[in-house]
Design a protein around this ligand. Structure first.
Ligand SMILES: C[S@@+](CC[C@H](N)C(=O)[O-])C[C@H]1O[C@@H](n2cnc3c(N)ncnc32)[C@H](O)[C@@H]1O
Length: 265
């Protein structure tokens, strides 16, 4: 009896290994019933090791809170927010293969998380605002990064946003003056002036990297989109809070689509 139940466990583990392998390669190293999904990740034990440096900025108890994880990948952060008791967790990603990984992870861990194939460009279609939006590791993959922040601010963020972007260039932060004379241009040569580096071809062998900001630029973009910075627990990670943005009627608020799509009515 003991032998058969032991061999059943070995069989189940082997089956799980095969399912994990079939869905690979994985970007998130999850531990599913003791099986690691990406044990040889080039960033180490990712994102667990990174999360260790900022996990404290999110309350351990999220009871009653709703969470939207944009670019959820295999669901590391979604699973963690569910573990912390969030009443509703929605994970979206544009890549169906990553979502299949996330669904497997939720199934194995018994987490009730809604995973949907959806791009950040379509978040208005959720028709829902969330207490916590997680927007980690996606900004620099977008051709239109400010538009993404505008859409999140307008349509899905209610209170807090956990944000991360790769950064390159100076980590010094120059806070620009409110205005400069037309003939005043030296500030643009300062490494600490907000700068977005455009990647025409590839960076890190990845053609989906488009715009890589320096630190001053990340912070200016967040503020400009209506997110005040409450904490920076790690060089690339920010905990932000939603703020109203005052936009003149003909102002620069480039929100597309301005309203949820009517196509599903
Ligand atoms: C570098 S991974 C970050 C994953 C996870 N958020 C993290 O921090 O570990 C980028 C993720 O964003 C997703 N992604 C890229 N463009 C997207 C878009 N337009 N809308 C939604 N997700 C997107 C990718 O499929 C990928 O899963």
């Amino acid at each position: 009896m003991a032998t058969s139940s032991r061999s059943a466990t070995i069989d189940e583990t082997q089956q799980l290994r095969e399912r994990i392998e079939a869905l690979g390669p994985w970007f998130h190293n999850l531990r599913l019933n003791g099986v690691e999904t990406a044990p040889f990740h080039y960033l180490g034990d990712y994102p667990q090791a990174k999360f260790a440096s900022f996990r404290h900025v999110i309350p351990e108890d999220l009871t009653g809170k709703t969470v939207l994880d944009i670019g959820c990948n295999a669901g590391f952060y979604s699973l963690e927010m569910y573990r912390r008791g969030a009443s509703r967790v929605v994970g979206i990603d544009s890549d169906e293969r990553y979502l299949s990984q996330a669904r497997l992870a939720a199934q194995v861990t018994g987490a009730r998380i809604e995973f949907r194939q959806m791009s950040v460009w379509n978040v208005a279609e959720l028709r829902e605002k969330f207490d916590l939006v997680i927007f980690m590791g996606v900004l620099y993959h977008l051709r239109h990064p400010l538009l993404a922040l505008d859409l999140i601010h307008e349509h899905v963020a209610r209170d807090q946003m956990l944000f991360q972007s790769m950064q390159r260039g100076s980590t010094d932060v120059l806070c620009p003056e409110p205005d400069y004379d037309f003939h005043e241009s030296r500030q643009f040569d300062e490494p600490s002036y907000p700068k977005l580096h455009f990647v025409e071809h590839r960076y890190a062998h990845d053609e989906t990297n488009w715009w890589i900001p320096n630190r001053a630029c990340v912070e200016a973009m967040l503020r400009s989109s209506g997110f005040s910075i409450e904490a920076q627990p790690e060089g690339e990670v920010y905990l932000c809070r939603w703020q109203p943005v005052s936009v003149p009627p003909d102002g620069p608020h480039a929100v597309y689509p301005a309203h949820p799509s009517r196509s599903h009515d």
